[in-house]
Design a protein around this ligand. Structure first.
Ligand SMILES: C[S@@+](CC[C@H](N)C(=O)[O-])C[C@H]1O[C@@H](n2cnc3c(N)ncnc32)[C@H](O)[C@@H]1O
Length: 285
């Protein structure tokens, strides 16, 4: 009895173990972020980007990808959830060699308490900054972000919008089998994005991520988000008010053959507000 126990992880440890793998496979694409950051930084500054700070970094997957990408790259990841950071250390940083690992600094802190990092690019991905629901709170965060950049640095945050972004609905997406970061195999599963409640008075939305696994198993409420749904012009205005001098908007094009977005983010002045769209905002001090 005790033998079996010691081998098997407890229910909640196994849940945690699995949920981050599933999250990474369905939500994140650090390779695409890295390519976008390098391209946009070069476009704006005419030099290669070296240092990244990822706020709300979660497991630090993007930081790990950044230092793996080039020997001159350094990364600071900031998140105040210690177990999430620890999972990242054990699963992403553990796959790096010692030299690569020495270029990553994961900090267990509130992003609003980390200043003076002097980085080339500071990013806030997957709408994490929507946790700040009050205008003054968001403004304060953007000021801190601006003050944490090197000269000619950039702040990049993603943005979601569209006619369906506040609909109370579930979107179920099949994720094909693939590989984890360490190269081990991952079976297929379903990712369910649950826009559970929306309050039009405050703009607060509560969302969950659930996963449907093989043999009818379901992992309910693996992740919960309580956000304000901000509009793009509101965020742009706040960035300008925080002292950024310009804010560019990058969105994907449309692939007629695939009947899907083409994955190529270009700077645009106008795009269609259909369904749910995703954009990057690039702010220059
Ligand atoms: C949606 S996850 C984002 C994970 C990752 N950045 C990504 O792109 O998938 C949000 C993360 O933000 C962290 N977080 C929320 N508020 C924070 C704050 N004020 N300071 C630091 N981390 C925070 C949470 O602990 C959580 O890990």
């Amino acid at each position: 009895m005790s033998k079996t126990r010691s081998k098997k992880k407890s229910g909640s440890a196994a849940f945690t173990e699995k949920k981050f793998d599933l999250y990474q496979a369905s939500v994140q694409c650090p390779e695409a972020d890295v390519e976008f950051f390098k391209r946009v930084f070069f476009l704006h500054t005419n030099r290669a980007m070296r240092s990244l700070r990822e706020d709300f970094c979660g497991t630090g997957a993007l930081c790990a990808e950044w230092v793996r990408d080039h020997e001159n790259h350094t990364a600071i990841g900031v998140d105040f959830d210690r177990p999430t950071l620890e999972w990242g250390r054990d699963h992403y940083l553990a796959v790096l060699n010692d030299e690569q690992r020495s270029r990553v600094d994961l900090r267990c802190e509130d992003v609003r308490n980390v200043v003076g990092t002097d980085v080339d690019l500071l990013c806030a991905q997957n709408f994490s900054y929507w946790i700040f629901q009050e205008r003054q709170e968001m403004l304060r965060y953007f000021r801190i972000a601006r003050d944490s950049l090197a000269e000619e640095g950039l702040f990049v945050c993603d943005m979601m919008g569209g006619s369906e972004v506040t609909s109370v609905e579930e979107v179920d997406r099949r994720i094909d089998d693939g590989e984890r970061w360490d190269g081990s195999k991952m079976p297929p599963f379903n990712y369910i994005w649950d826009q559970n409640t929306y309050n039009p008075i405050t703009g607060e939305m509560v969302c969950y991520i659930h996963f449907k696994l093989q043999r009818g198993k379901r992992m309910n409420k693996a992740f919960k988000y309580v956000w304000r749904v901000w509009q793009l012009p509101e965020i742009r205005d706040l960035l300008l008010e925080a002292g950024f001098s310009s804010v560019d908007v990058y969105t994907e094009g449309w692939d007629d053959e695939e009947e899907d977005t083409d994955g190529i983010f270009l700077k645009r002045k106008h795009f269609d507000h259909e369904g749910t769209w995703i954009a990057y905002l690039v702010a220059k001090p």
